[in-house]
Design a protein around this ligand. Structure first.
Ligand SMILES: Nc1nc2c(ncn2[C@@H]2O[C@H](COP(=O)(O)OP(=O)(O)OP(=O)(O)O)[C@@H](O)[C@H]2O)c(=O)[nH]1
Length: 442
């Protein structure tokens, strides 16, 4: 995400390296580069210019901050301004109604249906809500079927009526159904079109007027750059929506949409979609996004994801096993599976400060653990519990069974033994010894 923009901004800040303070001259050069980086990332030229003007004013006015070097100061100002530009604080969604009605709008293929499912899943699992998904697309039966597939996947009821041709009638019937059946959130997935057209706009307006939703959300594909911003403007003029959902931020997006949308429509981005799976949804935090854009990583989100997947019970069991020297390959496998649940490897690496840049040209296989898993699966239960029993002939058998080399098996065994020792030491509080061990491993 944002690799190229992060790189260019990094270069722009480099201009200031070695300078004792920010001056009209050196700041102008840096800001020219920043502006170019933003425009290249698909930020509207006017917005980029306004942005750099504000940054300039702040940079020249802040020379008193002697503790920061000019390039550090500039990064800080740009970060604060990017955060401000993307909306300042994170905005939640209004769930005050009973049921709360959320109306989704957006072009065809923007990811509306997928996001409706993600949101329902999010509200169900994180906010203990009982959502109802509603198919209001009266033109494409396939779209209705798609929503049913999504609903089944996440265990959320889907309301639809293929006979009814008026989406307003469907929406109203769905709300009545929700009231009768204890659904406290209703998510209306509407029909999209390939391009903005009046009939579609009128249709969504009619639904909005009839059901008065708590939230009208506009879903847009971040990969479409400037078009995303223009479409947002058109939809907002007609619908006066409450918030924006940026989807496909996992792809090769240049980031311009995330930066410009708030400035153009003055509506907050509320969520982002970062993948096709139902859990690939994140609340949009402008400050964390600014960190990512500047290649500063997003440790907070990383920790949050880790916490979500952290199974306390499991951790306690593992601790006991380590203490008794009983940590085996089955436990190791479980740990790997937990890491994998946190998301795609590339995505996770991108959240580690500095790693995004390093990883840019690496093609990180999402199956980075595939070989390790295959090797463990080729071990017998006895071997998994007693890794030291794996002798030369067993190694040969494991490598054959997993399609790897004996060398790879050796490597896994070595890493596993070092890791077990390290974990034991961490429990015993042997900090110094552990540092030595870490050095050796490196
Ligand atoms: N990589 C990625 N793909 C996504 C994301 N969100 C949606 N998609 C994919 O984008 C395509 C279109 O998504 P849909 O949810 O069908 O789009 P829609 O807006 O509902 O389209 P219509 O129902 O035709 O109006 C699908 O292949 C989704 O899997 C995302 O955050 N990341």
């Amino acid at each position: 995400m944002f690799d190229s923009l992060s790189d260019k901004l990094d270069k722009a800040f480099h201009v200031l390296k070695g300078h004792g303070q920010i001056t009209e001259v050196n700041v102008a050069e840096t800001l020219k580069e920043v502006r170019r980086a933003l425009v290249d990332a698909d930020v509207n030229f006017k917005i980029a210019k306004e942005f750099t003007n504000t940054v300039k004013e702040k940079a020249l006015g802040q020379n008193v901050l002697k503790s920061l070097k000019p390039n550090q100061l500039m990064v800080k100002i740009v970060k604060d301004e990017l955060t401000e530009m993307m909306g300042g604080d994170a905005e939640g969604i209004d769930l005050s109604g009973n049921p709360s009605v959320i109306l989704m709008s957006g072009l065809q293929g923007s990811g509306k249906t997928t996001f409706s499912g993600k949101l329902a899943n999010f509200l169900k699992t994180k906010k203990s809500k009982n959502p109802l998904l509603v198919a209001c697309d009266v033109y494409r039966p396939a779209a209705i079927d798609q929503l049913h597939v999504v609903g089944e996947q996440i265990g959320v009821e889907v309301f639809s009526n293929k006979e009814e041709k008026n989406p307003v009638t469907i929406a109203e019937a769905a709300i009545a159904h929700a009231k009768q059946n204890g659904h406290n959130v209703v998510i209306l997935d509407t029909a999209g079109r390939l391009a903005v057209d009046e009939v579609m706009m009128n249709e969504i307006s009619d639904i909005k007027k009839a059901v008065e939703p708590q939230e009208t959300l506009f879903v847009v594909d971040a990969m479409t750059g400037q078009d995303a911003v223009n479409t947002a403007k058109t939809f907002n003029d007609v619908l006066n929506f409450d918030g924006v959902i940026l989807t496909k931020l996992d792809g090769d997006t240049r980031g311009g949409a995330a930066i410009s949308i708030k400035s153009v429509v003055n509506k907050p981005i509320k969520f982002i979609g970062t993948g096709e799976k139902m859990d690939a949804i994140d609340v949009f935090y402008p400050s964390r996004m600014a960190d990512r854009i500047l290649g500063m990583g997003d440790v907070v989100s990383l920790v949050e994801r880790a916490q979500e997947q952290y199974d306390e019970e499991e951790a306690r069991k593992i601790q006991k096993k380590i203490a008794k020297d009983k940590f085996g390959f089955d436990d190791f496998l479980k740990q790997i599976q937990q890491v994998k649940k946190m998301g795609s490897m590339k995505d996770l690496m991108g959240m580690i400060p500095g790693a995004g840049k390093m990883m840019k040209n690496m093609d990180i296989d999402d199956d980075a653990f595939k070989h390790i898993e295959a090797m463990i699966h080729s071990m017998t239960p006895h071997e998994r519990e007693n890794p030291t029993s794996i002798n030369a002939s067993r190694k040969k058998r494991i490598s054959k069974g997993s399609g790897t080399s004996v060398q790879e098996v050796n490597q896994l065994l070595k890493q596993f033994s070092q890791m077990s020792k390290m974990m034991k030491m961490m429990q015993g509080g042997g900090g110094k010894k552990m540092m030595e061990m870490m050095k050796n491993i490196q």
